[in-house]
Write a protein that binds this ligand. Sequence first.
Ligand code: GNR
Ligand code: NI
Length: 174
Amino acid sequence: MTIKPLIILPDPVLRQVSTPIETIDADIRRLADDMLETMYDAPGIGLAAIQIGVAKRMLVLDVSKEGDEKTPRVFINPEIVDSSDEFSVYEEGCLSIPDYYAEVERPAMVIVKHLDRDGKEQIVKADGLLATCLQHEIDHLNGVLFIDHISKLKRDMVIRKFTKAAKTRGAKAI
Ligand code: GNR
Ligand code: NI
């Protein structure tokens, strides 16, 4: 397993729309393992493949509480098939936007259809942090970031700050 470097705002890679995974083979399972290792190392509670530069529709997450047993989960080609009319607000962060946090309102409950790492179709009914995290990660698969759900004023401020920081790092493609 390998810890991969994270793609950071404003890298345009984060705006790519990821493509469905056709076959779940050894390469895909290795990608899932690398994503989990990268997520735990960060540390974070979720990671989408595009955050390590792979535009495939896969996410990993572990929303287990600190001290409890680790519960790594892999979602391949996830789809939100239903969501509640009721909303909830969480303070969100993103490994691709380090050290920035903001409140985001999302449906409190979602039903997500996906394939597990064995290629078996699964349906999960999620609420609480799991619902928020799944929606945050599925957004990544569509090139959407949590800052797209906050005010334009705040969003432009964050993008400006990260663009300046990238320039001083000499990062490519900005
Ligand atoms: O580690 C993460 N924490 C988090 C907290 C609240 C809502 C969403 C998240 S996901 C984030 C990791 C990440 O960037 N996933 O894409
Ligand atoms: Ni994120």
